[in-house]
Design a binder for this molecule. Structure first.
Ligand code: PEP
Ligand code: MN
Length: 386
């Protein structure tokens, strides 16, 4: 799993489209009648939807499933656009798909979770889009790899695509989970932190995999300031040829949207002062936390020098076990989640070890040829990795 990311300075990223951006439509376009019945239903029941989605080329894990209607379904999307005024959107996975979708006047494209992780495919699609001004929505890769997700976005950016959005559809992960794909919310949050202008769209359908969980996942995305949602809608979900368990009817979509609380992306003017007071407190505490961490590391260095002078190994598992016991007890008393306490203390411990190791290395560098058999020669790597 790869979850760290440096900030990328692309201020012009962003959709420039309405917010909240609501995308709805079937997993797959199956027939003209199904596409039109679903689009008409969406327009009638949930007129706040801005974009109609439908997969035309369906990447299936194993051959033999419904692989989509292909190009023959493109005119149906054009018909949807003409009769409902909705923007249209489909998935592209090859330059041929791009060419056909553009020719048919599709308004927006998405890159599927099985395409995003393949830089060759992404580059080929990006090349096919060079010079075309069309919004591109990049789904996260199936595996929780943040640089891969960002890499795909960067390839489109380099091809001149400026209206870019990232779609969070959850990650394949082993182990029990109520979700088809685990949300791992920290990943889209980190992507947004690295690239603040980039818009995030939540795809609760593919995260949940089950229509009963859609509401809570959708709400969580909105609470995290996502710019919109993509939700799979079918006029008769039970008959759907793909993703039947997660699709909902247009009526159910209207109920779902009606129950969601859409958040402001920033505070209204009369609330700003109060919010600012809280933020000032947070800023001060963050400052104190860093100052305390710096003080802690200074002492770790002193301990490192002491251990080095007396030939004592850096890693002392028993001491660390006692620290963690005490910190977990304190964390519990303060109402902090054990996983959070663990993550913070692991980071502190890693840095302490790094600092102390640096003391040893400096000492070795200043004494290039320690006499054979001396304590300095004996204590080396074995001790540090024990
Ligand atoms: C889809 O949107 O229907 C789809 C195939 O999604 P994903 O690529 O996220 O699995
Ligand atoms: Mn689907």
């Amino acid at each position: 799993m790869s979850t760290t990311l440096q900030p990328v300075p692309f201020p012009q990223w962003g959709l420039g489209l309405e917010r909240p951006m609501l995308i709805a439509g079937p997993c797959s376009a199956e027939s003209r009648a199904q596409v039109l019945a679903t689009a008409d239903g969406i327009l009638r029941e949930a007129p706040q939807v801005n974009v109609f989605r439908a997969g035309i080329w369906k990447p299936r894990t194993r051959p033999g499933g419904f692989e989509g209607i292909g190009e023959a379904a493109l005119p149906w999307l054009a018909e949807v656009k003409q009769r409902t005024g909705l923007h249209t959107m489909t998935e592209v996975a090859t330059p041929d798909h791009v060419e056909a979708a553009l020719k048919a006047g599709v308004d927006m494209l998405w890159i599927g979770a099985r395409t995003t992780p393949n830089p060759f495919s992404v580059q080929a699609i990006a090349d096919a889009l060079a010079g075309v001004d069309i919004p591109v929505f990049v789904k996260n890769p199936v595996n929780p790899d943040l640089p891969l997700w960002m890499g795909a976005l960067e390839r489109f950016h380099a091809a001149g695509i400026r209206r870019l959005a990232a779609v969070h559809r959850g990650f394949h992960w082993f182990g029990a989970s109520p979700y088809r794909n685990r949300p791992m919310w920290e990943l889209p949050v980190r992507l947004k932190a690295a690239c603040p202008a980039l818009e995030l769209i939540g795809d609760p359908s593919h995260i949940a995999g089950d229509r009963t969980l859609l509401g809570s996942v959708a709400q969580q995305a909105l609470d995290l300031n996502f710019s919109g949602l993509m939700i799979e809608v079918h006029h008769a979900p039970a008959e759907a040829r793909s993703d039947a368990a997660q699709q909902i009817t247009p009526k159910e979509l209207a109920a779902l949207l009606g129950n969601l609380s859409f958040r402001r992306s920033s505070a209204a003017p009369h609330l700003r002062d109060e919010l600012q007071e809280h933020r000032d407190l947070i800023d001060r505490l963050d400052e104190e936390i860093l100052q305390k961490l710096a003080a802690r590391m200074e002492i770790a260095e002193r301990i490192g020098a002491f251990k080095q002078a007396h030939n004592i190994a850096i890693l002392q598992p028993e001491r660390w076990r006692r620290i963690m016991q005490a910190q977990h007890a304190l964390g519990r008393a303060l109402g902090l989640a054990p996983a959070f306490v663990q993550a913070v203390m692991d980071a502190v411990h890693d840095e302490s070890i790094r600092k102390q190791t640096a003391v040893w290395e400096r000492a070795r560098a200043s004494q290039p040829h320690p006499p054979q058999g001396s304590p300095a020669a004996v204590n080396d790597a074995d001790n540090r990795t024990s």
